[in-house]
Design a protein around this ligand. Structure first.
Ligand code: NAP
Length: 258
């Protein structure tokens, strides 16, 4: 069915990406579930979508590698003939969570490749494909959605590289939003707070305490579904006169108080 929309979700195999992939599938998208190292996890998302009556495929590939990004886009176009939505979700935290005075170049390179270079050049490639699809009448609009973090503006001195990549995603969102504003392609940033996932499992107890003490006005952990619903609201087309917008999905963490 060629008129069925298609979404790519990077890092769609676990955590927030999995919830986004499942939400988009339930919204009627044919969904490409990208993963880096765990094909089993990606296949379980594909199975869950298929058993609910949806269409999904898993495509392995490291978003930090040019040839893998190219294969992700090529496979999507070969399989489905269109791309309507890209969700740049894949991300990793600082390797070793070292204090910034001991931070390593190895962690910097890996985190920047995965969290920033990958999303930038994948957005570039997908935007080119979308422009071509729009010019050929295959799609009418496109959307690029970047998953950043409250670490874009809240410092963690043991995750400097992670914080800096997430801060840069805000500018990246605004750059692509401006370039594509008159091309019928909307570009958005979703800024999650503290969300239950494998990424935050090692710091579970720390945040249990801090949330109970009032770190976030809404005193609970965020759920992967909270982020997925924000993506759904965007792709459902409720923000036609917005682009470059940041959506905070953080229990109110971003509010300053005295
Ligand atoms: P997660 O549970 O650790 O899952 C990460 C996902 O990304 C996995 O599917 C993983 O695939 C994939 N991935 C990792 N490196 C990749 C690469 N180089 N290429 C392609 N896929 C890759 O993480 P999460 O908590 O769901 O986080 C998802 C996004 O939300 C990240 O960008 C993160 O920074 C952001 N975020 C998370 C939180 C939070 O509290 N959890 C808060 C704010 C923002 P494999 O399993 O195959 O490795």
């Amino acid at each position: 069915m060629d008129n069925q929309r298609v979404a790519i979700v990077t890092g769609g195999s676990r955590g927030i990406g999995r919830a986004i992939a499942e939400e988009l599938a339930s919204a009627g998208f044919r969904t490409v579930v990208n993963y880096a190292t765990r094909p089993d996890a990606a296949e379980s998302v594909v199975e869950s979508i298929s058993s609910a009556g949806g269409v999904a495929v898993s495509v392995g590939g490291d978003v930090g590698q040019a040839e893998d990004r190219q294969r992700l886009v090529d496979t999507t176009l070969e399989k489905f003939g269109r791309i309507d939505v890209l969700v740049n979700n894949a991300g990793i935290t600082s390797q070793g969570r070292n204090d910034l005075l001991q931070a390593t170049e190895a962690s910097w390179d890996l985190v920047f490749d995965t969290n920033l270079k990958g999303p930038f050049f994948l957005s570039q490639r997908v935007a080119q494909a979308m422009l071509d699809l729009i010019s050929r009448g295959k799609i009418t609009t496109g959307q690029l959605i970047n998953i950043s973090s409250i670490s874009a503006y809240a410092v963690s001195t043991n995750r400097a590289d992670y914080c800096m990549t997430k801060a840069a995603l805000e500018m990246m969102t605004q750059l692509f939003a401006t370039r594509l504003a008159n091309e019928n392609i909307g570009v958005f940033e979703i800024c999650p707070g503290i969300i239950e996932s494998d990424m935050t499992a090692p710091v579970r107890e720390k945040y249990d305490q801090r949330i109970a003490q009032g770190l976030t006005p809404i005193r609970r952990w965020g759920r992967t579904e909270d982020v997925a619903r924000a993506v759904r609201a965007i792709v459902d087309g409720y923000f036609p006169f917005s682009t470059g917008e940041r959506f905070n999905i953080d229990g109110g963490f971003h509010i300053r108080s005295l």
